[in-house]
Ligand binder design. Sequence first.
Ligand code: ATP
Length: 259
Amino acid sequence: MRTETNDLRGHSGAGFPAFALRLDGVVKEYGRAGRAVRALDGVSVGIERGSFTAVMGPSGSGKSTFLHCAAGLDKPSGGSVFLGDTDLGAMDETRLTELRRGRIGFVFQAFNLIPALSVRQNVELPLRLAGERLDPAWLDEVLARVGLAGRAAHRPAELSGGQQQRVAIARALITRPDVVFGDEPTGALDTMTAREILSLLRSCVDETGRTVVMVTHDPVAASYADTVLFLADGRIADRMQAPTADRVADRMTHLGAWA
Ligand SMILES: Nc1ncnc2c1ncn2[C@@H]1O[C@H](COP(=O)(O)OP(=O)(O)OP(=O)(O)O)[C@@H](O)[C@H]1O
């Protein structure tokens, strides 16, 4: 059920794109021609609005490159990336920076919080950087959603790893982004805490209609997603709907991930 119906910011009604994110024939090469490494080799995929997608694949298959190109952190060598109906390839660096601040949320393995700032200040930061008005009621709602309503004045060092990742998730949600990207968001957490964080990401999708795209090595983490994309040698080798950890692990074995 989606409760934030007012949350789609001008994208509702006629012409509403079904995909929050779309990659069309994306190629990424590193290094000089002749000796170039082709990290992405023609990736085309549409990520539906309000869905949770996990990206898996063997080491070196292109997962980080996929995330960086999809999130506008890196420019593809070919093909196109659309965030909603916005073509990232048509944007200069200044507009891309604005787009990342306002329309994309990031959650990394290392929580990347600013130690000198309180929880509240860390969460507010993307809005301040974007020069947007702070809405205290929305800030309280986001902090409550991630279970940190009573910790707003604390510094990151006073929180557990799981709580710090909750702050990072709140910071990613505060701008009501089109897509939240996770890069191994549970990689630094113990099993129990990782499950709490994955449940929180799941609820962001189910209860607030956010779109989450997460790179992970962990089949259990991937099982929280609606869809798993499997990358191999820079291509989408397979996709799985309604994944279970066992099926994901089995598919990874066949991709040679743990050979
Ligand atoms: N900056 C770079 N310069 C040159 N080659 C790169 C660069 N970044 C990535 N590559 C190469 O591109 C390919 C894909 O790398 P990428 O980091 O996207 O894979 P990955 O699936 O995220 O790997 P891992 O699971 O080990 O993090 C690899 O062959 C890698 O060596």
